[in-house]
Design a protein around this ligand. Structure first.
Ligand SMILES: [Zn+2]
Ligand SMILES: [Zn+2]
Length: 675
C-alpha cells in the first residue's frame, strides 16, 4: 500500500498508509479524546470519515470553534428534519441551514404550534441517543432524482443547482437522508444537547408568491453546561430586548402611520441621544473638527456622480420627481417603468432622500480652492440618512429606514492618513471606555492582492493599509487582518463590541476612500505648487445613533449611568406636608442642571416607589419629616439600598460630580455591611 505524508498543525509530518481517514490521523496525533467533530484537509472542511489518498495537511475542527459550532448546528438541522419526518410522515423538508445562534429547518407541512415542539425535541434526543453514523454518499443526478422523487422542493434544488450529467452528495443517518454538501458530525450522539426554541412561517425561497412553509428554530451546544449557559443568555437577552425596554422606559416610539422603521424619539429617549451627541461633540471640537449642516435631500445628479444612483437604488427610497415634470410625463402617458428608466439614463432629474452624507460634505470641500494648509479638513455632522430596508428586516432601533450617523469626513493628504486614522481610533476608544464597552475586537479590512477591482495607486494602498494596521495595533486589543474585506475604494477598520451577555455588535467604522475624491475631481494645491488629489476618511464611531442607542439599552439593561439617565432623580413625598420641601429640593437640583421629576401625589410611598422603579431613575429621593426639618435627603438606589440624612447641598455636589465625570453607574448609595 502506498504511503502518504500528512502534515499536522504543529508542523510534524507523519507517514501513513494511503486511505487512512481524518479521524484516524487526528486520533493518532491527539489521542482518543480529541474533541474534534470534523477536519480541515489542505484548508478545506471535510468529514472525519474522509479518506486521505495523497500528501496533505490535516487539522481537527473542535466543536467549540466557530467552524465546529456551525457544523454542529447544521447537523442538528438534519436531526430535526429526521425527527419531523418520523412524527409527521407527510412533511417535506426543504432547506435547513445553521444560523447565527442556532439552526432552523423549513418544512412543507400542516401548521404546528409551540406546544408541538416538545415531542419533536424528544424525538431528536431519542434519535441522537441511538448514535447513528452520519454517512456521506455520492450520487448522480438521476439517482438524486430517484431519492427525492416525492419531495418537489429538493427536486427543484437538484434541477437548479446540479449541472446536467453532474452529481452531488447526500448525508444519511439510519434510513433518513438529506441532500447536502456537508461536512457533518460523524454520528448523531454529538447532537444530544439540543433545544427547539420557536416555530414561525416562511416562504419557499423567501418568495411571497411561493408556498408557505413551517420554520422550526433550535439551538444546539456541544455540552449540557454550554446549552444551559446559552439558554440563560437567551433568557437574559429577552429581558434586555431594547424594543421591550424602550417601551417600558418610554424612550422611543414607532408609529405605523408615520412609517415602518422611522423612529420617533420621545423626550426621555431624546435626552440619551442628546447627551451622547454632546459628549462626542466635545471630543470633536478637541480634535479640531468643524461642524457642518446639510439638507436631507440632494439631486439625483449628485448621486450619479457619487455612484449611489442608480446602482444602489434598491436600498433607497424612490426618487422624488419635480411636480411640473411629473404632470407633463403623466399627460404624455409615461408609465412608471418608463419614468424609472428615464431617471436611470439621466434624461430627467429629481431628488433623493440622502442615503449617505458624504456627497454633501464633498461639495463643501469643493466649494473653495483648497491648499495643503487647509488639510486635514475635518467636517462633522450628525446627519440623518435614509435607506429602504425590506419590511421583514426592520426591527426596533437596530434595523431602521431612517437613521442619524455621527458622521464625519476627513480630507487629508496621503501623508496624513496614518495620523488621522489614529485620531479616529482614539475617539472610538474614548467612547467605548466611558460606556464600559471594554470587550471589543477590531477587524482591519485589506485588499485582496489578486484582484484588480480596487481604485487608487497600489503604493497609496500600501501606506493606507499600513496606517490601519498600525492604528489597530496601537489599541492593545484583539485585532485581525482580513484579506479581501476592504471596499473597492479603500481599506477599513471595524469595531465589534461584545456586550455583557456575550453578544457581538458591529458598531463604528473608519474607512479610507480613494474613490469619491476621484469621482468628484477634488483637488488641493500642494506645498510644491502642484495640484494634488486629497484622500477621504469616512468615520462614524457610533455608526448610527439609533442602532447605538438600541445596543446601549440592552448593554445597560435600561439601567443607564447617571449622566445618561433621562430623569436622574425622582423625588417622592411621604405625605402632603412635605410638598413644599420636595419642590424646594427639585428647584435646587434643577438649578444645577440635574433632571428631576417630583411625585407628591396621594399614593403610599411603597406604591410610588414601585411605580417609579419602572423608569429606572439613578436615584429616588424620599422626603418626610426628618428630611424637611434637617434639609437633608434620603437616597434610594436602583437595587433598593437606602441611606438617609444626606445634606441636600452635599447630595447636589456629589451627583453633579458623578454626572460630570460620567461615572459608570450611580454609586452614591453605599450601605456598609452589618457586622
Ligand atoms: Zn445539510
Ligand atoms: Zn461617508
Amino acid at each position: 500500500m502506498p504511503l502518504i505524508n500528512v502534515t499536522l498543525p504543529d508542523g510534524t509530518v507523519n507517514e501513513y498508509a494511503s486511505g487512512i481517514t481524518c479521524a484516524e490521523v487526528i486520533t493518532d496525533a491527539l489521542g482518543r479524546k480529541h474533541g474534534c467533530l470534523a477536519a480541515r484537509v489542505d484548508g478545506d472542511e471535510c468529514d472525519m470519515s474522509t479518506p486521505l489518498e495523497q500528501n496533505c495537511s490535516v487539522e481537527g475542527i473542535l466543536s467549540t470553534s466557530d467552524e465546529g459550532i456551525h457544523i454542529l448546528r447544521h447537523s442538528a438541522a438534519h436531526l430535526l428534519a429526521q425527527a419531523v419526518t418520523a412524527l409527521y410522515p407527510g412533511a417535506k423538508p426543504t432547506i435547513g441551514p445553521a444560523i447565527d445562534r442556532g439552526f432552523y429547518y423549513d418544512f412543507a407541512m400542516e401548521a404546528i404550534t409551540e406546544s408541538d415542539l416538545k415531542p419533536i425535541q424528544k424525538k431528536m434526543q431519542e434519535l441522537a441517543r441511538k448514535n447513528f453514523t452520519v454517512e456521506r454518499v455520492e450520487l448522480s443526478e438521476s439517482e438524486l432524482q430517484d431519492h427525492f422523487a416525492d419531495n418537489p422542493y429538493k427536486l427543484e434544488i437538484i434541477n437548479d443547482k446540479i449541472e446536467d450529467g453532474g452529481g452531488s452528495t447526500i448525508y444519511k443517518q439510519d434510513e433518513w437522508y438529506d441532500l447536502c454538501l456537508g461536512p457533518h458530525v460523524p454520528n448523531t450522539s454529538r447532537l444530544m444537547h439540543v433545544k427547539l426554541t420557536s416555530v414561525s412561517s416562511a416562504y419557499w425561497r423567501g418568495d411571497q408568491d411561493r408556498e408557505q412553509l413551517v420554520r422550526i428554530y433550535g439551538i444546539v451546544e456541544p455540552s449540557k453546561e454550554a446549552l444551559r449557559a446559552t439558554l440563560t443568555r437567551l433568557e437574559e437577552a429577552k429581558k434586555r430586548d431594547h424594543r421591550k425596554l424602550g417601551k417600558d422606559l418610554k424612550l422611543f416610539h414607532i408609529d405605523e402611520e408615520v412609517g415602518q422603521g422611522l423612529i420617533l424619539w420621545t423626550p426621555r429617549g431624546a435626552v440619551i441621544r442628546q447627551e451622547l451627541q454632546d459628549f462626542i461633540s466635545f471630543h470633536l471640537r478637541r480634535q479640531g473638527y468643524s461642524q457642518v449642516f446639510t439638507p436631507h435631500v440632494g439631486k439625483l445628479d449628485l448621486y450619479r456622480t457619487s455612484g449611489h444612483f442608480p446602482y444602489y437604488q434598491d436600498s433607497q427610497y424612490p426618487p422624488l420627481v419635480e411636480r411640473d415634470l411629473m404632470k407633463k410625463l403623466a399627460d404624455e402617458g409615461c408609465t412608471c417603468g418608463e419614468l424609472s428608466n428615464l431617471m436611470k439614463l439621466g434624461d430627467i432629474d429629481g431628488y433623493m432622500l440622502k442615503p449617505m452624507n458624504c456627497p454633501h460634505h464633498v461639495k463643501i470641500y469643493a466649494s473653495q480652492q483648497r491648499s495643503y494648509r487647509d488639510l486635514p479638513l475635518r467636517l462633522a455632522e450628525f446627519g440623518t440618512v435614509y435607506r429602504w430596508e425590506q419590511s421583514g428586516e426592520i426591527s426596533g432601533l437596530t434595523r431602521v429606514r431612517g437613521f442619524t450617523q455621527d458622521d464625519a469626513h476627513l480630507f487629508v493628504t496621503e501623508d496624513q492618513i496614518a495620523q488621522e486614522v489614529l485620531g479616529c481610533i482614539e475617539l472610538v476608544q474614548i467612547i467605548f471606555e466611558k460606556l464600559g464597552m471594554t470587550d471589543y475586537r477590531v477587524r482591519v479590512g485589506l485588499r485582496d492582492a489578486d484582484s484588480d477591482k480596487y481604485v487608487g495607486e497600489s503604493e497609496g494602498w500600501d501606506k493606507a493599509e499600513e496606517a490601519c494596521r498600525a492604528a489597530a495595533q496601537s489599541l492593545g486589543v484583539n485585532w485581525s487582518e482580513e484579506q479581501g474585506e476592504a471596499a473597492f475604494y479603500g481599506p477599513k477598520i471595524d469595531f465589534v463590541v461584545k456586550d455583557v451577555i456575550g453578544r457581538e455588535w458591529q458598531l463604528g467604522t473608519v474607512q479610507v476612500d480613494y474613490n469619491l475624491p476621484e469621482r468628484f475631481g477634488l483637488e488641493y494645491k500642494g506645498s510644491d505648487g502642484e495640484i494634488h488629489r486629497p484622500v477621504m476618511i469616512h468615520r462614524a464611531p457610533f455608526g448610527s445613533m439609533e442602532r447605538f442607542c438600541g445596543v446601549l439599552i440592552e448593554h445597560f439593561a435600561g439601567k443607564f449611568p447617571t449622566w445618561l439617565t433621562p430623569t436622574q432623580v425622582h423625588i417622592i413625598t411621604i405625605s402632603e406636608k412635605h410638598k413644599a420641601y420636595a419642590s424646594e429640593v427639585a428647584e435646587a437640583l434643577k438649578a444645577h442642571e440635574i433632571r428631576v421629576l417630583v411625585d407628591d401625589g396621594d399614593d403610599t410611598v411603597g406604591k410610588k416607589i414601585r411605580n417609579h422603579r419602572k423608569l429606572q431613575p439613578a436615584y429616588m429621593v424620599i422626603v418626610g419629616d426628618g428630611e424637611t426639618e434637617g434639609r437633608t435627603v434620603s437616597l434610594r438606589a436602583r437595587n433598593g439600598d437606602q441611606i438617609s440624612g444626606m445634606g441636600l447641598d452635599d447630595f447636589i455636589v456629589a451627583i453633579r460630580e458623578e454626572i460630570d465625570t460620567k461615572v459608570a453607574q450611580p454609586s452614591l448609595v453605599v450601605v456598609e455591611p452589618e457586622e
